[in-house]
Write a protein that binds this ligand. Structure first.
Ligand code: PMP
Ligand code: GLN
Length: 407
């Protein structure tokens, strides 16, 4: 008998930081501002539509590529926003969350030995996905804004070095992953940045996989721009999204990918052997969600509620002595922990969860290269105002506790 039957490809994966911190939060009764999920209910009318779909016996396999009604609703959503007229039969695929769409996209578009560029910090699934496809990740740093609190929020945005990005493109580059709005930084890539990325993709004949799961969560005057809508990018961009964030139903795991027929064809080749199809009644319910959300004013309300939560958590963290970086989009805030005296973000987050009773995620988990890491902690504000207030009460002990620790 071998020591393990596990294949080599999974040996280095470890446990995702989200499971680790959530388990610890439950053990210690901590308020979980770590893993990104809402602690409030998704919209009643979408949940009712799911119950209705089950009662109406929409309970057998959906077509592998997704329910026609949901694919149509996505096409209407794109057209209504003025992004593009898309063909729901040839350009939209429904997947089990954005997670499956990302994995399928990399399996479908990357050959062994191909390089895939992603910005660091990165959403943690990208690297295992790239390596499972036999690809090689190449990282380009996003640098935090210096100074913070600058009047012009865009001047205080995370940014990449244009030369570093250009240098990451080689003859072996096959794809780039662009996550905007970005987890964990809260950055929304500007049109100019996306135009620069587009130019490099065109020069090097590279495909772009965009992860836009937080596209409805952008604040103030920030504009979310789709890379796929830039000139000449439609034919080389696969756009991934997920209803989990938009409708606060992360457990439903209904995602989707939109792309020109040749990209969609490739994705579907992989998708049919990964999950084949995803939950039928939930797809039907999300079709209802997308169809009626605009007339209900749902997106504007969602954004306003998130803005209020973001502002409250910014204030709570600031009052606790943790200055925050600006958040343009997503439902995450990065707080500066360099004054707490902890040597690493992991030590700080474990301590905060166990001793203070508030869970946060150490962003070092989202870096491959640990040199010169900023000392930050990621907090999720997809929480009821009462939850954030309760966290505020606990965080008041932060100052006293760090004095006791001699930090
Ligand atoms: N991409 C990003 C940037 C995310 O934060 C998440 C978090 N859930 C996902 C993808 C995965 O989405 P889903 O839950 O729909 O699989
Ligand atoms: N996307 C969520 C986050 O960033 C977590 C999703 C997961 O646990 N896989 O916190």
């Amino acid at each position: 008998m071998r020591d393990t039957y596990a294949a080599e490809r999974v040996h280095g994966f470890g446990t995702t930081i989200f499971s680790e911190i959530t388990t610890l939060a439950i053990q210690h009764g901590a308020i979980n501002l770590g893993q990104g999920f809402p602690d409030f209910a998704g919209p009643e009318w979408v949940k009712q539509a799911a119950a209705d779909a089950i009662a109406a016996d929409l309970n057998q396999y959906a077509p592998g590529i997704g329910l026609p009604r949901l694919r149509n609703a996505i096409a209407v959503h794109w057209a209504r926003n003025g992004w593009r007229e898309i063909d729901p039969d040839r350009e939209v695929t429904i997947t089990s969350g954005a997670t499956e769409a990302l994995f399928g996209a990399l399996m479908a578009l990357v050959n062994p030995g191909d390089e895939v560029i992603c910005f660091e910090p990165f959403y943690d699934a990208y690297v295992p996905d790239i390596t499972m496809a036999g690809g090689v990740p190449r990282f380009v740093r996003l640098y935090p804004p210096v100074g913070g609190g600058v009047a012009d929020a865009r001047a205080a945005s995370w940014r990449f070095d244009h030369d570093e990005l250009a240098a990451a493109f080689t003859q072996r580059t096959r794809a780039i992953i662009v996550n905007t709005p970005h987890n964990p930084t809260g950055k929304v890539f500007t049109r100019a940045e996306l135009e620069y990325i587009a130019r490099l993709c065109q020069e090097h004949d590279v495909v772009a996989i965009t992860d836009e799961v937080y596209d409805q969560m952008v604040y103030d005057d920030v504009e979310h721009v789709l890379l796929a809508t830039l000139p000449d990018m439609w034919k080389r961009t696969l756009t991934i999204n997920s209803s989990g964030k938009t409708f606060s139903l992360t457990g439903w795991k209904i995602g989707y990918a939109i792309g020109a027929p040749h990209l969609t064809w490739a994705l579907r080749q992989a998708h049919q052997w990964i999950t084949f199809a995803t939950a039928t009644p939930l797809q039907a319910a999300l079709a209802v969600g997308l169809e009626t959300a605009p007339e209900r004013g749902y997106y504007a309300e969602l954004r306003a509620d998130y803005r209020e939560r973001r502002n409250l958590l910014t204030q709570v963290l600031g009052d606790a002595g943790l200055p925050t970086l600006p958040v343009e989009g997503s439902y995450f805030i990065m707080a500066d922990i360099s004054n707490t005296g902890f040597a690493s973000d992991a030590e700080f987050c474990l301590w905060l969860t166990r001793e203070i009773g508030v869970a946060a995620i150490p962003p070092s988990s989202f870096y491959a290269d640990h040199t010169d890491l900023p000392l930050l902690a990621r907090f999720c504000f997809a929480k009821r105002l009462e939850t954030l207030q309760a966290a505020s009460e606990r965080l008041k002990r932060l100052g006293d506790a760090s004095r006791v620790l001699g930090c």
